[in-house]
Design a protein around this ligand. Sequence first.
Ligand code: HEC
Length: 202
Amino acid sequence: MNMRSNIALSALVCAGIIAWLSGFASRQLVDPAEITEDAVKIEVAETTAAAGADTAKKDGPESILALLETADVDRGQKVAKACAACHTFDKGGKNGVGPNLYGVVGRKKQSVDGFAFSGKLAENGGDTWTYSELSHFIYKPKAYAAGTKMTYAGLKKTEDRAAVVAYLRTLADTPSPLPPAAEIAAESGVEPEAKPEEKSAE
Ligand code: HEC
């Protein structure tokens, strides 16, 4: 062994001893059980915060509720041509790649007879197709229901979503009532508040 490696070796040994000593010292100062408990608590808090930020960040769609009353139904029918590749809209229409959509507003999710649903659609937002649920689903089907069989990228434009949902509303013997003002306010009211939080969380 030459002089250099000798020095290196003693430096290593020294470092080891110092590390061991300081570890020993800190164990004297703080009960190790306490450390682990705190560390676990912090970890849990962080994951919860991250999960929260994630939900907020899901670049959720803008609410369509306030737009439904004046939405252009004819335009909705035109936009819905993109859906017609997989869906029929007439009463008693056949299921295609997707289920028949007559009467879908207010309908129980995944309840069309003779259609093999993925079973994933009710994992988010209850089990009824309200206006709001439809808007969220159509905005980005895969984000709304991971594992859905609907391979459709999504309808990002708020006016288009409002128009399509307003069109879907007409496909019923008795169209569902428009959302009451309180519901509109509640849904639109939550969003502006959520935005600053979203930023600070990032
Ligand atoms: C490429 C085919 C395809 C296209 C295009 C498509 N869908 Fe679908 N859709 C499906 C399939 C498949 C399902 C069943 C999803 C499941 O079970 O996960 C579905 C389910 C649905 C449901 C739920 C029905 C229920 O009874 O629970 C709605 C609502 C819906 N689609 C609306 C639309 C609208 C509106 C459009 C157009 C903007 C559209 N879809 C475009 C294939 C498609």
